[in-house]
Design a protein around this ligand. Structure first.
Ligand code: ATP
Ligand code: SF4
Ligand code: MG
Length: 340
């Protein structure tokens, strides 16, 4: 069966006075119907730029400079806004970190849900019924009251639920959620995670879930992509990529997860900072921070993604077939990033 979303060698840059920041640097993946794909990576690794590029919505100074994105076989990139709107229609819904950003502060939640539905061709009564059904689907209490409320009158968690209801009322084929729980308190985060799990099993839409929260991604996603400096460095089913990670960066991310009985200061962190991706360094972008680096990591092209197991791909020369030979040349690294 063909993929719902096909992404091939996608490249997006931000033009700055210091040069072009290669925020998305040759990303390729497929998303199947009904699949939940998690995207993780440190701040600045290019997750949000990738999300916006997928729907052709990157604003200046951002620019999609190459690659291909196809939704149900139809190319998305390089189209005029009106064409794009016709192709996307309501098929891709976006949910962002700040629920307030999904709403106009001076209109009621109900009116905004109705407007969105009417803009997509639903008549008055049908729109009202679909708005209420969507609010019920996200487990919203006191629906009539919420419809009459202004966004600021709702708690963060309720507002994010209402934003999700607005997106779901349009019956999207694909939901792209960029850090949907990051601005919420711990309880609201847990409630939203449970809601996503319930929806994943009942509604069966495809979803791209971008999150710093590896626990959330591990619990909800079928497959995960790990990004570093605009590239995918590891990709695979959650049970392989997160439970048996092979890239030193993924291992470092998992090792730095907070635990109840450890102060943040005690956690092993990946030393150094993610590069800004201006200019083109030789070899693997992670090498300055990698405790497995060998001299050949800093030579030639960046390592490409290679299959290391069923549906599991990693961009690291130490995971390639010639590992034994590479190990001999190991020169010792400077990091503590290996955690598993
Ligand atoms: N408007 C902009 N102008 C210039 N550079 C930008 C702009 N937006 C993002 N960038 C740069 O592009 C790179 C990727 O940023 P992006 O926001 O996509 O990362 P992210 O993984 O979503 O980070 P976070 O986890 O903090 O949301 C970073 O180096 C960032 O500084
Ligand atoms: S290619 Fe080298 S530097 Fe990069 S992750 Fe692998 S071992 Fe580390
Ligand atoms: Mg982001």
């Amino acid at each position: 069966m063909s993929a719902l979303l096909h992404v091939s060698d996608l490249k997006s840059h931000y033009r700055t006075q210091r040069g072009a920041i290669r925020a998305v640097d040759g990303v390729s993946f497929d998303l199947a119907r009904g699949e939940v794909l998690g995207i993780v990576g440190e701040s600045g690794s290019g997750k949000s730029t990738l999300a916006l590029s997928l729907v052709g919505l990157l604003d200046p100074p951002g620019e999609i400079i190459g690659g291909e994105v196809r939704l149900e076989g139809k190319p998305i990139l390089g189209r005029k806004e009106a064409d794009l709107a016709a192709i996307l229609g309501s098929r891709i819904g976006m949910l962002f970190q700040s629920p307030e950003g999904s709403f106009n502060p001076i209109a009621t939640v109900g009116n905004q849900l109705l407007e969105a539905l009417q803009a997509h061709g639903a008549g008055g009564r049908e729109a009202a019924a679909r708005a209420e059904a969507a609010l019920a689907l996200v487990g919203m209490p006191r629906i009539k009251e919420v419809m009459k409320s202004y966004p600021f009158e709702l708690s963060g968690g309720m507002c994010q639920r209402a934003a999700l209801a607005m997106v779901l009322s349009l019956n999207p084929t694909l939901l792209i959620a960029d850090e949907p729980t990051a601005s919420l308190d711990v309880l609201a985060q847990a409630e939203l995670a449970q809601l996503f799990a319930r929806l994943r099993d009942s509604v069966k839409f495809s979803m791209i879930l971008i999150s710093h929260d590896l626990g959330l991604v591990g619990a909800l996603a079928d497959r995960v992509i790990v990004m570093y400096a605009g590239k995918i460095v590891e990709e695979g089913p959650v049970e392989r990529a997160l439970e048996s990670p092979q890239h030193p960066y993924t291992r470092g991310l998992l090792a730095s997860l907070p635990k109840l009985n450890r102060l943040p200061a005690d956690l092993p962190v990946i030393p150094g900072h993610a590069p800004s991706s201006v200019g083109r360094a030789l070899g693997c972008a992670f090498s300055p921070r990698c405790n497995e680096a060998v001299s050949s990591c800093r030579e030639g092209e960046a390592p490409g993604l290679r299959r290391i197991g069923p549906e599991h791909r990693v961009a690291c020369i130490m995971r390639e077939e010639n590992r034994a030979e590479q190990s001999e040349r190991k020169e010792g690294g400077n990091g503590t990033g290996s955690g598993g």
